[in-house]
Design a protein around this ligand. Structure first.
Ligand SMILES: Cc1ncc(COP(=O)(O)O)c(C=O)c1O
Length: 407
């Protein structure tokens, strides 16, 4: 399969993920830098409009990073003290830590041992353990969707709201049982969807994130959660004597505090980059799919030592990561030894993720029984280089080096 490179020096170190920044991205950032407002300037709204359109949501609220976006989602849904949130254990720390930092108790769900995704069954088991649930933070690990309708049924029957941690999945679409296709972020089966635009993700803002929503009240809560809980909407004002002038117009300096919140704003420089990058989403996703398909071909007959990444039920994935499943025991080398051997040949790899319930803090705070699906997924996972900057030659070199090293 011939896959020409977008832009990467040959034989250079291949990280497991990286951004693609082109001249027009740089020009967009320069334009923002020459503007009057470096904080909340015109690029913020423009990027929000482009993102909402891309994922077919009514509202997009951009912010400082994906962690901030998860925290804003927890604030908007009132997931504070006395509430319980279910989180799949194979994820980045922030999926659990953001709602927990807002006061919620976390209950960890097991995942499918092949895909690493939460299933309706593992969600139901976690809810049964918890006794009650207020929200489910579902993760589209690696850019793939699980059974979103099944998960939504279990969550709604338990009275829970649903947040999609879509930090891996900008550009992914879900194929429903009736054949309809909905982009991740459209809210077809969720209340809120959270994105990250960290440079290893499919599009980059440097640091950046967003929440998408369809409910205007939730969108308003998100905007407040992003900016100190300050409202300038006259219909919100309680101190009416202080808020309005003699002619009934709102005082131009006046704002009111609804509830204290943090400053989670994204600035105009980040949003100029995000806006430029989102125009390239289709091209970047297509390249990532080609590289993933090439890896699949190269690992088609290497089982049981190396298996290609497992696919999920109907879903049009925008791959954030390519996670090979490796039998380290059979290969007779540890994961660290393999990673070091690959690094010595200029190939970067990573592990996504050490199950969060095994982290010392969470193990002590929320003791969790053994989660065998997560343990099995974690024991075999190795993320190979994947980015829109890679060529077919790069992927072939990675696969051949890996196969040779595991023997
Ligand atoms: C699944 C998941 N959730 C949340 C985050 C947090 O995003 P950010 O790094 O933009 O804060 C990440 C980032 O790595 C992630 O992979």
């Amino acid at each position: 399969m011939s896959v020409p490179a977008l832009k990467t020096p040959r034989n250079s170190f291949l990280p497991y993920g990286r951004q693609v920044i082109e001249d027009d991205d740089i020009a967009a950032v320069v334009e923002a830098l020459k503007g009057d407002l470096l904080t909340t300037g015109p690029f913020v709204g423009r990027f929000e409009a482009a993102l909402a359109k891309t994922v077919a949501a009514s509202h997009a609220v951009v912010c400082a990073n994906g962690t901030a976006a998860l925290h804003m989602a927890a604030r908007a849904l009132n997931l504070g003290l006395g509430t319980t949130v279910v989180v799949p254990t194979v994820t980045f720390l922030a999926t659990a830590s953001a709602p927990h930092m807002n006061g919620a108790e976390i209950v960890f769900a097991d995942v499918d041992p092949e895909t690493g995704l939460m299933t309706p069954e593992t969600l139901a088991a976690a809810i049964a353990r918890a006794g009650k649930v207020d929200a489910v933070f579902n993760v589209h690990l690696n850019g793939q969707c699980g059974d979103l309708e099944g998960i939504a049924d279990v969550a709604r029957n338990a009275g829970a709201r649903i947040v999609d941690d879509s930090c891996h999945a900008i550009g992914t679409a879900y194929v429903a049982r009736d054949g309809s296709v909905s982009p991740v972020g459209s809210g077809a089966f969720t209340d809120l969807s959270v994105f990250s635009f960290h440079p290893v993700k499919t599009i980059a803002m440097g640091e950046g994130g967003a929440v998408t929503a369809n409910d205007p009240d939730l969108a308003k809560r998100l905007v407040l959660a992003r900016n100190h809980g300050m409202t300038r909407d006259p219909s919100d004002f309680a101190n009416r004597d202080d808020a309005f002038d003699r002619d009934g117009a709102p005082n131009p300096w006046y704002y009111e505090l609804t509830e204290p919140e943090f400053n989670w704003r994204a600035n105009d420089i980040q949003c100029a980059l995000g806006l430029s990058q989102i125009g390239k989403l289709g091209r970047f996703v297509a390249r990532r799919r080609k590289i993933a398909a090439l890896y699949d071909t190269l690992f088609a007959s290497t089982a049981p030592l190396v298996r290609p990444m497992a696919r999920t039920r109907p879903c049009l994935p925008a791959f954030h990561l390519y996670v090979a499943r490796i039998d380290f025991e059979r290969a007779g080398l540890s994961r660290a030894e393999l990673m070091k051997a690959l690094a010595a040949e200029g190939i970067g790899t990573q592990v996504h993720y050490y199950p969060v319930h095994r982290q010392p803090y969470y193990a002590k705070r929320f003791p969790t029984p053994t989660l065998p699906g997560a343990d099995r997924y974690y024991s075999r996972a190795l993320s190979l280089p994947l980015s829109a900057a890679m060529s077919g030659e790069d992927a072939t070199r990675v696969a051949e080096t890996l196969i040779r090293t595991v023997g």
